[in-house]
Structure formats: structure tokens, C-alpha cells
Design a binder for this molecule. Structure first.
Ligand SMILES: Nc1ncnc2c1ncn2[C@@H]1O[C@H](COP(=O)(O)OP(=O)(O)O)[C@@H](O)[C@H]1O
Ligand SMILES: O=C(O)C1=C[C@@H](OP(=O)(O)O)[C@@H](O)[C@H](O)C1
Ligand SMILES: [Mg+2]
Length: 194
């Protein structure tokens, strides 16, 4: 039976980039839950601002459900679904991930530091990126980057066990490029008999 390949992992671990590469290798379609939410509801920072994180999580679950449904309806090639970093949190999402082949893209703070520096698209890191400090004083670029990285590390520590629990396969991506990671996933997926 064909199984959807889900990509999970922390912010900026490469889920979206690897998803596109993997779909190219498997000659199939890549879906991205964040992209589906943006397509249907607008930019993620605006959703966090208007509906809060809980509102975003509801839309994320809807997108994941829809992506899994599209995959079931697709032909013999497995669909690739990149998730957002917090998609592993909701029990309903965990049940959906358990039906597919779920790959955890492991990385660390040192590796993602330059990827999230100055990023304003991820609201959970953007308090720092926007220059807001808890005391309301504008932070300089260097301390903003340090704060974003601190937030990333704290959130990752909170979720690390959940990523492990949801994964059929864990790849240490720290020294690999997206194409190499995609190749490793295809090999492991084929090893499962697909
Ligand atoms: N393995 C990798 N090596 C180098 N750069 C990467 C790698 N994976 C992702 N990137 C880059 O890091 C940034 C974040 O990747 P992205 O796919 O958006 O992560 P995610 O979807 O997990 O948040 C992008 O600019 C992407 O091109
Ligand atoms: O980790 C998270 O909670 C989030 C990760 C983001 O996706 P990426 O992991 O693709 O950055 C996006 O879903 C949103 O900003 C929340
Ligand atoms: Mg992404």
C-alpha cells in the first residue's frame, strides 16, 4: 500500500526544501501545510496576530487532514507532505502522521542559526526579529538574532521527544544538503517495501 511521506522537525530544519526535492526524485507532488494555510487564509504572521497560535493550529490541522486526504486519493506514487514545526503537537495530527511514513529532520541550533537570522515569517521567533524586547526597548540586530535562536532552542527542547515519538525515520541533517537528505529518505522508504 502507498503511504504518504510526512516530514517533521523544528523550524528551519529543511522540511519545505527537502519536501520539494523529495517530490522531484519520486516524480510526485509536494504539499506543505504552511503553504496550504497561506493559500487559504493569508500570511502566517497575520493569522497569529488575528487568531492567536490556537487559531493557527486549527487551520494547520485542517491543512494536514486535507493533505492526507489528497494523498489517499492520488495515484500509486506517494505524496510528500512537509509540515510546520509545531504540527506534531496535536493528538489528531499525530494520528494522521502515524498513518504515513514520517521522517524527522533532526538539526541543531548552530546549524539553523544563519537560516533564522532576520527571519520575520515565523511568528514564534519574530518577537525578537521585530526588535521587541520584554521591557519594550528596541534590540539591535545582534541581540535580536540571539533572542530568536534562544526561542528556537527552547521550543526545540520542548518538542524534541515528540518528534522522536512521531518518527518512523530520523535523519541527522546537519552535514547534508536537501538533495542528499531526499536520497536518504527514498532509500529508507524503499527498504520498507515500497
Ligand atoms: N540541508 C540543508 N542545507 C542547507 N540549507 C538548507 C537545508 N535545508 C534547508 N535549508 C535552507 O534553510 C532555510 C529553511 O529551510 P525550510 O525548508 O524553509 O525549513 P522548514 O520548512 O523546516 O522550516 C531555507 O532557506 C532552505 O533553503
Ligand atoms: O514551529 C512552529 O510552531 C511553526 C513552524 C512554522 O513552520 P516551519 O517549521 O516550516 O518554519 C510555521 O508552521 C509556524 O510559524 C509555526
Ligand atoms: Mg516549512
Amino acid at each position: 500500500m502507498t503511504r504518504t511521506i510526512f516530514l517533521i522537525g523544528p523550524m528551519a530544519s529543511g522540511k519545505s526544501a527537502v519536501g520539494a526535492e523529495l517530490a522531484r526524485l519520486l516524480d510526485t507532488q509536494a504539499l506543505d501545510t504552511d503553504a496550504l494555510v497561506v493559500r487559504d487564509h493569508g500570511p502566517i504572521p497575520e493569522i497569529f496576530a488575528s487568531r492567536g497560535e490556537a487559531g493557527f493550529r486549527g487551520l494547520e490541522t485542517e491543512a494536514l487532514r486535507g493533505a492526507a486526504e489528497s494523498s489517499r486519493a492520488a495515484g500509486p506514487a506517494p505524496l510528500v507532505v512537509a509540515t510546520g514545526g509545531g504540527a506534531v503537537l496535536a493528538p489528531e495530527n499525530q494520528r494522521i502522521l502515524a498513518e504515513g511514513f514520517t521522517v524527522y529532520l533532526y538539526t541543531d541550533a548552530a546549524t539553523v542559526a544563519h537560516r533564522i537570522d532576520g527571519d520575520t515569517t515565523r511568528p514564534l521567533l519574530a518577537g525578537a526579529a521585530a526588535g521587541n524586547t520584554p521591557d519594550g526597548v528596541c534590540a539591535d540586530a545582534e541581540s535580536r538574532a540571539a533572542e530568536a535562536l534562544e526561542s528556537w532552542s527552547r521550543i526545540f527542547a520542548e518538542r524534541a521527544d515528540t518528534y522522536e515519538k512521531c518518527a518512523d525515520l530520523r535523519i541527522d541533517t546537519r552535514t547534508l544538503g536537501p538533495a542528499e537528505i531526499a536520497e536518504a529518505i527514498v532509500t529508507a522508504y524503499r527498504d520498507t517495501g515500497h
